[in-house]
Design a protein around this ligand. Structure first.
Ligand code: NDP
Ligand code: 2IT
Length: 446
């Protein structure tokens, strides 16, 4: 079996040179799928694997804009329209200096399976730019967003491709992007999700990813007769996802003791709660990218240049970025007796770390299952837009909760091993794949 995976990966690497994150994401999925493909020759006959790793379309474009000093700036914009077998392309936009085609292809590829798990009709896509929001004024962010959208709008629409936020893209950026789309296309439509509440956005979308991660964690713990109540939780990141996860974990009785930024992590033994959670929003909005601000304000310990995975915690929830948790971190987490690791970010654990969690048979959920709450509420935003209505917070939250339970159930159905251990990686990859692959077969060679 591994020789089939190796042979397939050889082709992927030859065809997509210099794209390590994309290779990493494909390798993980294909490793889970090979046994399924060997048992179901139709997938091989229809060349589903070969087709699913090839984006339907990649759009790359120049984004010129003028900064506050009157200087011309040049960035690169992207949209990867990966797979539309089960619905319009759907996925976030990332604005970060590290953005390149490899990162967006890995994210777009993951999104195909994630969106299939949500039970909603959404295909997979991702986009963004190497624009660095750090230190930019509101005016500069607006100028960039307007220029970016002026090109992107040729390729998107409510039934074609519906972008949303990701790292560096939150409510403010979605507002500027939406405004420019509306201005040029002359239509008010649900072309983006994560919109403001007053102009078509869904209530609970800002919280959705973090809430969903914690609902998923609760489901995993429930399967062991446990709950979050009274547990110590370590979280990384301090952005949108980390904020939602801290809020919900604290509400369910957990003591969240860490958050982190590119500068290091803070340890708050009394737990991040109340005004401290609100302060996370302030830190994120300041675009200073310094979690040390939290330590200065609340008088807690700050560990420069370090990650939170050395802290003793029952549950770890990485919510920052890809490959932020490696082999040594995973060994620490096991040594400290953690019972669960649940990914809020996309692909935060390296393959070596993932292997350690699975070999030690702790509860471990990959991002494509655990962080699907964000795109799920995006899907619910599309439904509300199409129906020209707005649901209440209770309605949206209860739908989100049911979706996370349904995703958990799919992982258990497809990922349970003979000894009863649930391999959530295999479960998520297989369940997501079957839905998309069967749809591709139904629709012929397109
Ligand atoms: P935000 O932009 O709100 O927050 C990300 C923050 O984390 C940035 O300020 C960034 O700082 C910081 N960061 C980057 N690298 C590190 C690091 N190594 N350690 C600590 N902090 C770091 O992004 P989101 O919260 O939206 O996204 C976080 C993760 O969740 C990403 O992997 C994203 O793909 C994923 N995700 C997001 C969803 C959403 O709906 N927003 C949905 C599902 C997944 P800096 O810019 O300086 O690097
Ligand atoms: O990674 C993700 O799932 C997101 N950034 C959210 C995508 C969306 O369309 O809401």
């Amino acid at each position: 079996m591994s020789s089939a995976v190796d042979a397939f990966m050889e082709q992927v690497k030859t065809k997509n040179p210099g794209q390590p994150e994309f290779h990493q994401a494909v390798f993980e999925v294909v490793s889970s799928l090979m046994p399924v493909i060997e048992k179901n020759p139709k997938y091989d006959e229809y060349k589903i694997l070969e087709r699913i790793v090839e984006p339907e379309r990649v759009i790359m474009f120049r984004v010129n804009w003028v900064d506050d000093k009157g200087e011309i700036q040049v960035n690169r914009g992207y949209r990867v329209q990966f797979n539309s077998a089960i619905g319009p392309y759907k996925g976030g936009l990332r604005f970060h200096r590290s953005v390149n085609l490899s990162i967006l292809k890995f994210l777009g590829f993951e999104q195909i399976f994630k969106n299939a798990l949500t039970t909603l009709p959404m295909g997979g896509g991702k986009g963004g730019s190497d624009f660095d929001p750090k230190g930019k004024s509101d005016n500069e962010v607006m100028k960039f967003c307007q220029s970016f959208m002026t090109e992107l709008l040729k390729y998107i629409g409510p039934n074609t491709d519906v972008p949303a936020g990701d790292i560096g893209v939150g409510g403010r950026e979605i507002g500027y992007l939406f405004g420019q789309y509306k201005r040029i296309r002359g239509e008010f439509t649900g072309v983006l999700t994560g919109k403001g509440r007053n102009w078509g956005g869904s209530i609970v979308r800002p919280e959705a990813t973090g809430f969903g991660v914690i609902y998923f964690t609760e489901e995993m713990l429930k399967s062991k007769g446990e709950s979050l109540d009274g547990k110590t939780v370590a979280i990384s990141g301090f952005g949108n996802v980390a904020w939602g996860a801290v809020t919900k974990a604290t509400a369910l009785g957990a003591n969240v003791v860490t958050i982190s930024g590119p500068d290091g992590y803070i340890y708050d033994k009394d737990g991040i709660k109340g005004e401290k959670i609100d302060y996370m929003l302030e830190m994120r909005a300041s675009r200073r990218d310094k979690v040390k601000d939290y330590a200065d304000k609340f008088g807690v310990e700050f560990f420069p240049g370090k990650r939170p995975w050395v802290v003793k915690a029952d549950v770890c929830v990485p919510c920052a970025t890809q490959n932020e948790l490696g082999k040594d971190d995973a060994e620490n987490i096991i040594k400290n007796g953690a019972i669960a690791v649940c990914e809020g970010a996309n692909m935060p654990c390296t393959p070596e770390a993932t292997e350690i969690f699975i070999n030690n048979k702790i509860l471990y959920a990959p991002g494509k299952a655990a962080n699907a709450g964000g795109v799920s509420v995006s899907g619910l935003e599309m439904t509300q837009n199409a129906m020209h209505i707005g649901w209440t917070a209770e309605e949206v939250d209860s739908k989100l909760h049911s979706i996370m339970q349904a995703i958990h159930a799919q992982c258990v159905e497809y990922g349970t091993e003979p000894d009863g251990y649930v391999n959530y990686v295999n479960g998520a990859n297989i369940a997501g794949f079957i839905k998309v692959a069967d749809s591709m077969i139904d629709q012929g060679v397109v």
